[in-house]
Each structure stands twice: as C-alpha cells, then as structure tokens.
Design a protein around this ligand. Structure first.
Ligand code: M6R
Length: 610
C-alpha cells in the first residue's frame, strides 16, 4: 500500500526514482511524487493520478540535476487523492522532505500540538505532521530528530527522508510497514518492496521495528530507536524476482492466469520428494512439535481468506482436526482462544498485509504455534512465523490475485494430507492417491485453461450490463463461489455476492428476478443434488444461470444452458479448477467493460494499513 523509493549515487536520481516508482506502482496509484536535493534546496514535483501524470509534469517542469532523491506512489488513506495531499511532504522551513507509507493514528492530536506551537498545515494527510515534527525536533543531528519524532508517533509508518543540510545521505525508518535498504557499488537505495531493488542493487536488508538507516553512496549505517548504532547483515538479492514483464500478454492478470500450472508445480516441488511429503521436515527444521496440535486457526484477508475456507474443509475432512477460519481483521480483535496446542496458519501473498501480520503477532503473544504460507520470502510475515511454507508463484503484479491463490491452495491441500498422515485418520493408500492427484494438478489446471478460455470469454458477456450477480455453492463450492464473487467485483465493479446455496431462501432469494445473473458452483458431487435444487429455485424466478460443473456430470446437466465444465479430479482439489474459470470470467468481463484490469480503482496490491 503506497510505494516508497529512494536513491543516492553518482548518477541522476530522477530516472532511478521514476523507474522504481514504475516497479512499485501496483502498490498504490492515485497520486505520485518525487523530491530531489540539489544546490541546498529540496525540489518537489507531485501530482494526482498515475505515474504517467508525474512523468508529464517532469517533462514540462524538470528539476535541477540531482543525485539524491526520494519518491512515492500513493494509495490515499487520509485526505483526497489530489496533488496537495500527494507525497513528498515538506516541513514548513522546507528543510525536510518526507514520503510515508502507513497511518499515523495520533496525527490529529500532534497536529493540534504543533499548531499551538505556531506551525501551519495546508493539506489533510496524516503524513504532513512528520516533516514538521522533524523540523521541530532537529537540534543539529538528524538521527536524533528522527528518533525523537518516531517516539511521538502511534500507528504504522515507513519513512524516507531528505534533509537539506545533508547531501551525502538519505534517511529512513519504519514500524509495521515494510522498508528495504539496498546497496550497490557507489549507490544506496531504499524501497518499500524488493521488486524495485532487483535491477539496481545487489544486496539488501529489511529494516526492523523503529530502526533507522542512514544511506550513503558508500554504505549504510543503522541505528536503533534511540539513535544507538546497530549492526545489520545484508543478503544477496534473489534475481528470480526480476521477472516482472508482461511477456506479450495484454495484461499481467492474463499472464499470471496462464502461469498457474508453473506456479503450482514450483510450489509443490520442494514439498514432495519421490512421491513422499516433506512437510514434516519443514516443521521439524523450524523446531515445531506438531504432535500436540489439537486445533487449527487459519487467518488471512481477501482471496487468501478464501484459500483458508478451502483449507478448513479439506483439513477437517481429512485430518479430523477442528479448524476455524477467520478474516484477519476480525481475528485480531475478537480475543480468540489460543494456546500452545493451537496452530495458527497465516496465509498471505505479500507477507505484508497489516491485519494478517497483526493476527500472527497476536498468535505468538498467546503462545500458539505459527505457520505462514507466503509468496514473498523477505516479508515480515515470513520472517516472524515459527515455520514458513512458501508459495513459489513468482512476483504477482496484477492486483487481482490468481497464481498466488492457486499456489496457496496447493499448499493447503498438502498440509491436509500431511496432518491426515500424521494423525492416521485416512487409509495410507487413499492419501497416496490424493497426493498423486495433487502432483497432477498443474496438468489439470493447464487443461482447464485450454478447455474453458473461449467459453469463459463468451459467457463473460452475460455479466455486461448487469448491476448485480450472485454466486452460489455448497461446501467447497461455496468457498469457490466466495473467491469468484471477489474476483469479478474487484476488477469489473459489478456488485457480486457469494451465498451458501442453501442459505438463499432465507432472505436473499427475494433479490432474484428476471435475468438476474447467478453463477452456480456445482462441482462437488457429494452435494450436487442439493446444489441443483437451489439452482432450480433461482431459475424458477427468472435467473440467468452460469453453471460450473465437472466434465463427468455433463450428461445429467444437459437440461441446463451456459455450463462450463472442468476436468474431473478429487473433490478436494476442484476449487483449483473452479478458480481458473472464475479468473477467466472475471478477466474477460473487465476487458469487455474496458476497465483497468491490472490496477482496478481504489485498490492496491498489498494492504499495509488496517
Ligand atoms: O498479500 P495478501 O495475500 O495478504 O493479500 C490479501 C488480500 O488483500 C488479497 O488477496 C486481495 O483480496 C486480492 N486483491 C484479491 O484478488
């Protein structure tokens, strides 16, 4: 949520900053800005809208040549998304420039205090108090000013700071919002996400809570929250995170949809060796004794939460362990009952989602065992969990998740099989057979892509012109319906709701009228007849139904129009194939509507504020 970039080196800063902001734009894109330091002056250029608007402004009104600067791409939390509220923000004396990710929760009281002291504010952001506090707290030493300032702040922040009196350093600090410092020969870099560093830096280090870094051309000095020097070790930047091109696809989302077979294959490969699951080794290596686990809580946000819904079904059914699944923003405040026999599983693509991270920290405070399923290795959730199982989907750029979701599902299936083996709740042969199906999943996803892409393109037209759509299903199909509804609404802006099919008649069916679009997920054979009764109920009220079902049920479904058939496999794994169909329907609907598919309105890729 919001992207931060910083550069100090021997080359012109602006091209580095703009390139970095391009790499980060998926994190927020309602306004953008840069500040550079030259001739004892900070020059700021900022504007509302996309980065392209900033680039136009820079063409019209270039800054002086500078080799030090910071930049920001914003997802507005406080104050309108206009150029006044865009970052960087300057202190009143124009000696400090700040870009900020996160939310300062006590900004209002601090602003009042500063106003009483005679300072003035013109914007509405929570950020504008920070440069002013730095100005107020500066007493000849920037590190002390930063240390004194962050002690006054409540909330979350990642900050990059320029100071007029120091052309040799950029400063940065963070709390509960990621910030990475990178180095290369003759240059220092700051970014809120490693993807913006891979091309420019060779080594990186993640800043810890309230740590401060002073980044120069020749190295970095680190300090704790009191300004005392600390040592931090850099690690080599993984070049694999470089692959962030569209490779001929019109959108990242489409590219990522087609990357799913590989994402699943790469994810499950390290977890299975010679047909045997290795998840136990991962637990052992992390020092976790899973024998005492008698309850599992899965927590996550958005699509990752839907992965959790699938995981709950599959783990409970196979391993007979009670599983709760909570939205992380609810979990963290509902005072969940956790102890050392509870395993809390946090699922997150970015590994940065504020509520998921807070849920993880709460679980740790309550002494629960923690496992995360994360796609970004250097992320806070990965670093803070007792054990991590990585999804290896590669960088996911489109805001609507596709390949990371599929990779998460595959990890949850494997976890369910692992616990079933460990607890001996299913016959070995059955679990071996299921493992075989999971190993074959990439091929089935590939087949689903081939067989359903055209028909999804065709049926996406059904959504165009509709204001509402309902997604129904039972059991695992209900979890798939939840993900499908989210997928369509986030990029098509059509109001979509998912309902447990049996729940419709308890109120919602009153909304079904002639031509209301209903997507029925009817893949689970164990409950198919019940789902079909609900489908008949909506058809009787005039709904236009799209039915997603298994190939082997083609005959018995011959009376239904608009069917999309997925290949047959174990019922547990069908959510992976239904997801492909939902993604394609969603993609082609948004395309038909002419929407900005990769960067839908009001959204950002990683949600680092609560
Ligand atoms: O990075 P995370 O997996 O923690 O993100 C969670 C959600 O914000 C994310 O899944 C979101 O719902 C997706 N944009 C949906 O496509």
């Amino acid at each position: 949520m919001c992207g931060i970039i910083g550069y100090i080196g021997n080359k012109l800063a602006v091209p580095y900053l703009l390139k970095g902001l391009h790499d980060l734009e998926y994190r927020g894109y309602d306004s953008a800005g840069i500040a550079v330091l030259a001739d004892n002056e900070i020059e700021v250029r900022k504007t509302e809208g996309r980065l392209s608007a900033l680039e136009k402004l820079m063409d019209k009104k270039p800054t002086k040549n500078a080799t030090i600067g910071i930049g920001h791409t914003r997802w507005a939390t406080h104050g309108k998304a206009d150029s006044l509220n865009a970052h960087p923000h300057l202190s009143e004396n124009k000696r400090f420039a700040v870009v900020h990710n996160g939310i300062i929760e006590n900004h209002a009281s601090l602003q009042k205090m500063l106003e009483r002291e005679g300072y003035h504010f013109i914007g509405q952001t929570d950020t504008q108090i920070i440069p002013t506090l730095l100005e107020r707290n500066y007493n000849g030493d920037v590190i002390n000013a930063i240390s004194d300032t962050i002690k006054m702040l409540d909330g979350s922040f990642a900050l990059a700071i320029l100071f007029v009196g120091d052309t040799e350093n950029i400063y940065c600090t963070c709390r509960s919002s990621p910030l990475i410092v990178g180095i290369s020969k003759g240059s220092g870099h700051i970014a809120s996400d490693e993807t913006a560093l891979v091309r420019v830096a060779s080594q990186s280090v993640r800043l810890g809570k309230d740590e401060i870094a002073k980044v120069s051309r020749d190295g970095v000095s680190f300090f704790d929250e009191n300004g005392k020097p600390v040592k931090k070790a850099f690690k080599k930047i993984e070049r694999s995170t470089l692959d962030i091109q569209k490779n001929g696809y019109e959108h990242f989302m489409l590219k990522e949809i087609y990357e799913q077979p590989k994402a699943i294959k790469d994810t499950i490969r390290p977890l299975i060796e010679n047909g045997k699951l290795r998840i136990g080794e991962y637990f052992r290596e992390s020092g976790m004794d899973t024998g005492s686990i008698n309850r599992i809580c899965i927590t996550a946000c958005g699509s990752a939460y839907h992965t959790g819904l699938v995981g709950k079904h599959v783990i409970e059914r196979l391993a007979k362990v009670p599983v709760e699944c909570d939205i992380a923003s609810e979990f963290r405040y509902r005072q969940p009952l956790l102890d050392e026999n509870t395993l809390v599983i946090v699922i997150s693509q970015s590994g940065e989602t504020a509520d998921s991270l807070a849920a993880l920290r709460l679980a740790k405070d309550k002494k629960a065992k923690t496992l995360s399923v994360v796609n970004v290795p250097s992320s806070a959730i990965a670093e803070e969990s007792d054990c991590v199982l990585y999804t290896r989907a590669g960088p996911e750029i489109a805001v609507a998740t596709t390949k990371a979701y599929s990779a998460q599902l595959s990890v949850l299936y494997l976890l369910a099989v692992h616990f079933a083996f460990e607890k001996k709740t299913e016959k070995k042969e059955e679990l071996d057979a299921l493992l075989g199906h999971i190993i074959n999943l990439p091929g089935l996803v590939e087949k689903t892509l081939k067989k359903t892409a055209e028909i999804c393109k065709e049926y996406s037209k059904i959504f165009i012109g509709s204001e509402h759509a309902y997604f129904i299903g039972r059991s695992l199909d209900y979890a798939s319906a939840c993900e499908a509804a989210l997928k369509i609404k986030e990029i098509s802006y059509i109001h979509c709701e998912a309902y447990a099919a049996g729940e419709l008649k308890h109120g919602t069916i009153s909304l079904i009228e002639k031509d209301t679009v209903v997507v029925a997920h009817a893949c689970c054979k164990s409950i198919l007849k019940k789902t079909l009764s609900n489908v008949m109920e909506v058809i009787a009220r005039g709904a236009k139904v799209i039915l997603i079902a298994c190939e082997s049920d083609r005959e018995i479904l011959s009376e239904f129009d608009n069917c999309i058939f997925v290949p047959d496999t174990s019922e547990y794994l069908l959510p992976s194939l239904e997801a492909v169909v939902s993604q394609l329907l969603s993609y082609y609907t948004a395309k038909g509507l002419g929407n900005d598919i990769d960067k839908p309105r009001n959204l950002a890729k990683s949600v680092t504020v609560e």
